[in-house]
Design a protein around this ligand. Structure first.
Ligand code: FAD
Length: 363
């Protein structure tokens, strides 16, 4: 006798900021943990992607971690440890862990969702630990599991060290090396600033880094979010929030500037065993290449739903553009305009309201 597939109202995929925010609002709306809804997360511990961030990211060097809903914030969670120098990879997971316990959120980990498909008007969620049938899916799988690296001819021939920023821990392995740092975002600059203290760096950027002029005000953040939101409502790929804001001023940026390491050079066009080939044909010898070229969205498990259009985007709708057009019961949290800690928190609320209103219409 095969085991019956559990039937729930809502499955939240991902237990980072967006997934926990959704969980909070589902409980607040009266849904019962593991009877009406559940949260599946494939990370080993609480903390979403924060548990994997490199150790030099501290609460003073990140852009700011917005509190989850419900009045239990990061500062309360840290208590006596509330120091700006505390590692984000320690502080945020500790906060999320306490938050899950405080609000009784049913997060199951490690559970990896492999595929979501539509079956008779419900979603079938297939995981490495079994299947669940659900009326609605709130997808909150973030970006960390989808590192992006541009395809460069010859990259596989390079015999030196190659890592993506996702695998970066600290500068130590690069000491004394000739290192190429690729990318023009916040992470590239942080890595460049650290590695250039122990190694000689060539900073390769596809286009000139765009620095945000003057202080970074809340309206600048809002304008950037609005631009990304307009893109996803039009069905375009979201692009990163930083590409819409420019690089905000920061201590790390200032330090790198004053040390003279912010010297962007052209992106290379090819790689050989031990060099990168510059557009003018010269070879620049390299021992290591660090790809700080950003992240896509970890949506591979939704591939069977055919959400992507010819432009490579997903057309989003709903109040905060969390709802997939044509799928009133499928929301993407932490995608596009909500790919920030504040955005993820708000997206949880908006998506829960919309999806529950839709479920209740059906009864
Ligand atoms: P995540 O925290 O990535 O959580 C997603 C969860 O889903 C993970 O636990 C993952 O294991 C799980 N998951 C993924 N795929 C599956 C699957 N198939 N099955 C089951 N589970 C799955 N934003 C800010 O607002 N402030 C900052 O200071 C800031 N700093 C950042 C620094 C770095 C280096 C990076 C890369 C990003 C930073 N961001 C920052 C952006 C940040 O990623 C988001 O703001 C936010 O933390 C994302 O939350 P999330 O819940 O969407 O994703």
């Amino acid at each position: 006798q095969p085991r019956a597939i559990p039937r729930l109202d809502v499955v939240v995929i991902g237990g980072g900021q967006a997934g926990l925010s959704a969980g909070y609002y589902l409980r607040e709306a009266g849904l019962r943990p593991d009877r009406d809804f559940t949260i599946l997360d494939h990370a080993p511990e609480a903390g979403g992607a924060w548990q994997f961030r490199w150790p030099s990211l501290t609460l003073s060097t990140v852009n700011g971690v917005h509190d989850l809903p419900g009045g239990f914030g990061l500062a309360e969670s840290l208590g006596l440890e509330n120091s700006p120098e505390i590692k984000a990879a320690h502080a945020v997971p500790q906060y999320f862990h306490q938050y899950e316990a405080r609000f009784g959120l049913p997060v199951h980990r490690p559970v990896s969702v492999r595929q979501v498909s539509l079956r008779g008007g419900r979603y079938l969620v297939e995981t490495d630990r079994g299947r669940i049938s659900t009326r609605a899916v709130l997808n909150a799988t973030g970006t960390w599991d989808a590192p992006y690296r541009p395809a460069i001819t010859g990259a596989e021939r390079f015999t030196g060290l190659q890592i993506h920023a996702q695998g970066y821990r600290d500068a130590a392995p690069f000491r004394g090396m000739e290192v190429v740092v690729v990318g023009a975002g916040i992470s590239a600059i942080q890595i460049l600033e650290e590695v250039s203290q122990v190694a000689h760096c060539y900073w390769a950027t596809r286009s000139a880094p765009r620095y945000h002029e003057g202080p970074f005000l809340p309206e600048h953040g809002r304008a950037a979010v609005a631009r990304v939101e307009a893109r996803v409502r039009a069905g375009l790929p979201p692009g990163s929030l930083v590409s819409a804001t420019g690089l905000p001023p920061s201590e790390v940026l200032e330090r790198a500037r004053s040390r003279g390491v912010l010297d962007p050079k052209p992106m290379f066009t090819e790689m050989t065993e031990e060099a990168v080939i510059l557009p003018d044909g010269t070879a620049h010898r390299a021992d290591a290449v660090i790809w700080s070229t950003g992240f896509g969205n970890a949506l591979g498990h939704l591939a069977g739903l055919g959400l992507f259009n010819a432009q490579g985007g997903i057309t989003m709708t709903g109040r905060l553009a969390t709802q997939v057009e044509g799928h009133p019961r499928l929301h993407l949290l932490g995608y596009g305009p909500s790919a920030s800690t504040v955005g993820a928190t708000r997206a949880g609320r908006a998506a829960v309201r919309e999806v529950l209103a839709d479920l209740r219409r059906e009864g």
